[in-house]
Design a protein around this ligand. Structure first.
Ligand code: HEM
Length: 468
């Protein structure tokens, strides 16, 4: 017997359970895939407007794709265990880059151990070292700008965060000597991330060959640093050192290949996400100049005439923190998260069967007016103590995901963005040059569409009166 679009025969054949309602529309065979690629947020919004927290989409390759939105549905999504839902299927295009048996390709128990190594790399003492690195890199990068010029904010964000990332991952001397080669290898690996990589990651096409060659070369570079540090007995304050010092529960140390793969996992998780957030922050602040003024006043209060930023200074910048958070609400770089369902479950009166793909979308859910007042407005004060819109709706704000797989780099990312924008607020004025800045859904990590230009002018610093 055939099942109707809203009914399914579950694992228990005698009970028929209600599936989340199917959004009408879509094409034969491709279903909603074309719309998902071109106008994902509109598509999700249409579904939510019509059906609320849970609805289904037709997508190729999965018997059932279910969108879950709103704080309650997010809580359910993020609290499902790794045995109930799998990330492996979703991230399998990353396997040729991270490596076999590394990160999402590992068994859940091993993946948990591997991800836990990063906790140590992100502990307090290390954050101090990274923060000093962010400040130095920002001073160095923007120090090379003239008094006035035109830049592309998207490019600036991605370039600068390559430097901050390579330094935090592999240390300042690698950053100084090899970051250009590193950037090239990384971009070649990234170019191998396309739809084909989901389905046939080993096809002998030039993009995949380049990806594999670059991965192998990066492996050599990492092995060379590991060898050198071990020979000299040297120890550094970076992610690689943490991995070199780490052991699995059974006492085994990590192979060079595992270290390379895990460093790449961090790089892919943290680089573009931070780069595009940098660009959106610049756009939104300059579209809302009252906020520029407020944040400059905050810089004055915290720093006065000082330029020597500390971790404590960065932590004290609560206005800037809220502005970045609000930027991430309006333009989250990860617009959609997915899991494959390994064990069917029930939510909100609907049954989500095994083999379904479940999805959630910060980009759509962050504009739910019952959660965020006047949601299309840039209003960092919504995160201030008087309104606390995020805390009042747990898991309503999900730019960094939630639950057991919540982003591990939240503090790192926030400190980095604050260090960079603190420098720019104090030293430059910007003028936006594009008639419109819109999200570019052609990219996996969604930033503003290029060109994304702005004119900068160096600000006159307060004159220092020489002591007679
Ligand atoms: C603005 C910047 C960033 C954003 C918006 C962001 C967002 C996210 C999101 C949404 C997830 C969850 C993915 C899912 O559930 O499928 C995630 C996971 C993760 N992020 Fe970030 N991230 C950022 C920066 C970083 C940085 C800088 C690092 C490292 C230093 C990092 C490391 C990680 C790791 C390791 C995970 C996997 C956690 C797990 O699976 O248990 N992220 N990130």
């Amino acid at each position: 017997m055939q099942t109707t679009p809203t009914e399914s025969k579950s694992a228990t054949p005698s009970t028929s359970r209600k599936l989340p309602p199917m959004l009408p529309g879509g094409l034969p065979l491709l279903g909603h895939a074309v719309e998902l690629r071109r106008r994902p947020v509109e598509l999700f919004q249409r579904g939510r407007d019509r059906f609320g927290d849970m609805f289904s989409l037709k997508l190729p390759g999965t018997p059932q794709a279910v969108m879950m939105s709103g704080p309650k549905a997010h809580q359910r999504f993020f609290r499902l265990s790794d045995d109930d839902v799998s990330m492996r299927e979703v991230y399998k295009l990353m396997t040729p880059i991270f490596g076999k048996g590394i990160a999402y390709d590992a068994e859940p128990e091993i993946m948990r151990e591997q991800l836990a190594f990063f906790h140590d790399a992100l502990r307090e003492a290390r954050l101090r070292t990274y923060a000093a690195g962010f400040v130095e890199e920002a001073e160095d990068y923007f120090g090379k700008w003239g008094d006035e010029g035109v830049v592309d904010l998207y490019k600036v964000g991605n370039e600068l965060t390559i430097y901050t990332s390579s330094r935090s991952l592999l240390g300042p001397s690698f950053r100084k000597n090899l970051s250009d080669e590193f950037a090239k290898l990384y971009y070649d690996m990234e170019a191998g991330l396309n739809l084909l990589a989901f389905f046939a990651p080993q096809l002998p096409i030039p993009a995949f060959r380049k990806r594999d060659k670059s991965r192998a070369r990066l492996g050599e570079l990492v092995s060379a640093i590991v060898r050198e540090r071990r020979t000299k007995g040297a120890s550094e304050e970076d992610f690689l050192q943490t991995l070199m010092d780490a052991t699995y529960k059974d006492g085994r140390i990590l192979s060079d290949d595992e270290m390379t793969g895990l460093l790449l996992a961090i790089m892919f998780a943290g680089h573009h996400t931070s780069g595009v957030t940098f660009a959106w922050t610049g756009i939104l602040l300059n579209q809302n100049p009252q906020w520029l003024a407020k944040l400059r006043a905050e810089q004055d209060t915290i720093l006065g005439d000082r330029d020597d930023l500390t971790l404590e200074d960065l932590r004290a910048m609560s206005g800037l923190e809220n502005a970045v958070k609000e930027t991430l609400r309006l333009y989250p770089p990860i617009i959609m998260m997915m899991r494959k369902v390994m064990k069917g479950f029930e939510h909100g009166g609907y049954w989500v069967p095994e083999e379904s793909m479940i999805m959630t979308s910060p980009a759509m859910a962050h504009r739910i007016p019952e959660v965020f007042r006047d949601p299309n407005r840039f209003d960092p004060d919504r995160f201030g103590p008087e309104r606390d819109e995020d805390k009042k709706n747990p898991m309503g704000w999900i730019s960094f995901g939630g639950g057991r797989h919540r982003c591990m780099g939240i503090v790192f990312a926030q400190l980095q963005l604050r260090a960079i924008w603190s420098h720019l607020l104090r030293n430059f004025d910007f003028e936006l040059l594009e008639p419109m800045y819109e999200p570019d859904y052609d990219r996996l990590l969604v930033g503003p569409r290029m060109p994304c230009r702005a004119r900068y002018r160096r600000r006159k610093r307060r004159a220092v009166v020489p002591v007679a």
